[in-house]
Design a protein around this ligand. Structure first.
Ligand code: SF4
Length: 361
């Protein structure tokens, strides 16, 4: 396994050094799970570290993300899993700072190689985004520009961050496509997105993301719309790119098979909170949070016999997130009376496996 990704546990002393953005909405629930940096296992400096990162709608204070804390190391592939509506994509978009700042308030800290990016000026963000941190967005057909040829779109990403002319950018774009395992990159450069298959469009997205050799790629459901054989090729490609360039990936997915295939570690997200984190094998073999258990139990088997167990109810809308207690309490068959009113603290259940539950499995 590569560098450890770690969640931090409850405590009070980090409250003192937690950065809270000026415009942050006061949060009555911050102190109860505030975490000390000393509880983060591992000594290696992480590439990305979130500490108590929270996000709210500025308009009415609706909470969207609550004290998300984790580390991601160099060369690590971390899966971020959970049902739709749990906040996975929102977390990625806010990490790459693509959300309109006038609409949201943030609290906590996001460290990039030790620097708090929440304090960076816009100029620094522009030179960092796309160069050091890149994102593969959901659904390449709507992310690529339909009226630009593929070559121009890859070359544009290169020219934004590298001092090269038009010809050299085109040549680097061709190399990036070749690195993304495109068989005939010269021909593809002249094509438009609508002329490509889903698998090829996804490779173009990977080529754009990798064009400036970023340290970390946020990949949001990169294989969801693909059939299994193309999905396997894209996952293999990610592993190869990690091998060749040392890039890390935060892989957002609701597909646990994808997590099992490529991720070193996994985070489980529910209702705007990370509720469990562990090495992938450990998480899949011995899930300790009842939500994770429910997700795994609802996977269909190959025998197709019997009714699939399902988690009762549905993910609430953000305005209904219950952060006064466990956000999963309304759907949990094991809920205790206190689950609805006391936020569960982080517990280290061994070997870097962390869970937020009053009565872990
Ligand atoms: S804290 Fe309570 S409601 Fe939440 S998962 Fe654990 S047992 Fe269930």
């Amino acid at each position: 396994m590569l560098n450890p990704l770690a969640l931090v546990s409850e405590g009070a002393d980090a409250c003192a050094d937690a950065h809270v953005a000026d415009a942050c909405v006061p949060d009555a629930h911050v102190a109860d799970t505030c975490v000390p940096a000393a509880h983060v296992p591992g000594t290696a400096a992480p590439l990305l570290e979130l500490r108590e990162y929270s996000l709210r709608l500025r308009r009415d204070g609706t909470g969207l993300l609550d004290k998300v804390s984790f580390r991601l190391g160099t060369g690590e592939i971390v899966g971020l899993i959970g049902e739709s509506g749990c906040g996975k994509t929102l977390l990625a978009l806010s990490l790459i700072r693509l959300l309109e700042p006038n609409l949201f308030t943030v609290a906590g800290q996001v460290f990039w190689r030790g620097e708090d990016i929440l304090a960076w000026p816009e100029k620094r963000l522009i030179s960092w985004r796309g160069k050091e941190l890149a994102m593969i967005f959901q659904e390449p057909m709507t992310s690529l520009n339909p009226v630009w040829r593929v070559g121009a779109q890859v070359a544009e990403a290169i020219r934004l961050h590298q001092p090269v002319g038009v010809k050299e950018a085109a040549s680097l774009a061709c190399q990036a496509l070749r690195q993304a395992a495109v068989a005939a990159p010269e021909r593809l450069m002249r094509q438009y997105p609508h002329e490509l298959s889903g698998g090829l469009r996804q490779r173009v997205m990977l080529a754009i993301a990798m064009a400036n050799r970023p340290r970390l790629i946020l990949a949001d459901e990169p294989t969801t719309a693909l059939d299994v054989s193309i999905q396997a090729q894209i996952l293999e490609l990610m592993l190869r790119l990690r091998e060749e360039t040392g890039a890390s990936f935060l892989l957002i997915t609701h597909d646990l098979a994808v997590v099992a295939e490529v991720c070193d570690r996994a985070l489980v997200m529910y209702a705007g909170r990370v509720v469990e984190a562990a090495a992938t094998r450990d998480l899949l073999d011995t899930p300790r949070h009842w939500y994770t258990r429910g997700l795994l139990a609802s996977l269909p088997g190959l025998d197709g016999e019997g009714r699939l167990p399902v988690i009762p109810g549905a993910v609430p809308a953000p305005a209904q997130y219950n952060w006064r207690g466990c956000g999963f309490a309304g759907r949990c068959r094991r809920a205790l009376p206190r689950c609805g009113r006391e936020p569960p603290p982080w517990s280290d259940v061994g070997a870097g496996h962390w869970v937020r539950c009053h009565a872990p499995a």
